[in-house]
Design a protein around this ligand. Sequence first.
Ligand code: ATP
Ligand code: LTN
Length: 330
Amino acid sequence: MKKQILSGIQPSGILTLGNYLGALRNWIKIQNDYDCKFFVADLHSITVDQNPIELRKNIKSAIMQYIACGLDPEKNTIFMQSHVHEHAELGWILNCSTYMGELSRMTQFKDKSKKQANIKVGLFDYPVLMAADILLYDADYVPVGEDQRQHLEIARDIAQRFNSTYNKEIFKLPEAFITENTARIMSLQEPTKKMSKSDENKEATIFLLDDRETVLRKIKKAVTDSENIIKYSDEKPGIKNLMNIYSAISEKTYKQIEEECKDLGYGKFKQIVACAVSDVLDPIQKKYYELSSSENDEYLKSICKKGAETAQKTAEKKLKEVYDAVGFIV
Ligand code: ATP
Ligand code: LTN
């Protein structure tokens, strides 16, 4: 039997180059070798304020971006999290197996709660719902970026505790699947911070739907240093980030890039990086705009409907086992 893969992305805006290099591109690479389920984490996205009209657009757009990037709906189960009600139900049960103390240590919660007033319980509880997503499907591997490592660890802790409380191997312990050099693409404006969809400064983020001119402008404006030497170093976070992006796309090593670009200066180097990024984004955008024609509405709906049905078959069985273990009458 093939190993099980599960992952999701929040529909909190247009997906970014960080989402692509850190997560989506890996999903595409492994789709032939594993039994894969990929969902749009709509339940997660409302842990911060969302406008319903925008959210609806972003959910559909996320599905189209998954397919445009190369996820094959014939090979993978693609669905929307809210279409499989077992996610929320298992989330509740796992809430009753999780300590306030362990959730208080989550850095994503600490970071996000600093940025806004009126923090919702859902934001605090986010990792428990994420654990439910993963544990429902006995996922072996969860392909994500580095920022999600801590959430994977808590999912394992919750699973282990649940199994030992009820003295039964109900949940499999999942492992994070993280590709080191693309695990953390940084903001173009503050290269010590991760690139993020919801960054207020749109110049800091490359979106998958940015045209060539926009990509060039954003990369030209990227914060670097005054040395004008292309060298991979922790002391040069801006250049290190651009080298990381270029290396991930061109598959050249940092040494090769240093050699290739040693006489260029930052201006020329930025042009090369921008061109390489746009060459990757162009075919994605072409496919995306084809899919976005209203003729494809039914096709997209049918993918999500079939995906939810397939996912639910597994989810339903696991939830029953859980209900039985805790003492509910099933
Ligand atoms: P938000 O700004 O709404 O929190 P985000 O852009 O940080 O969103 P998520 O939806 O939280 O993105 O992440 C989706 C996937 O992309 C996760 O696997 C996450 O680890 C990965 N990811 C997000 N940002 C980056 C990044 N800058 N570099 C590498 N991987 C990333
Ligand atoms: N927390 C993830 C999105 C997410 C996820 C998951 C990823 C929600 N549930 C389950 C992998 C497995 C994020 O990217 N912020």
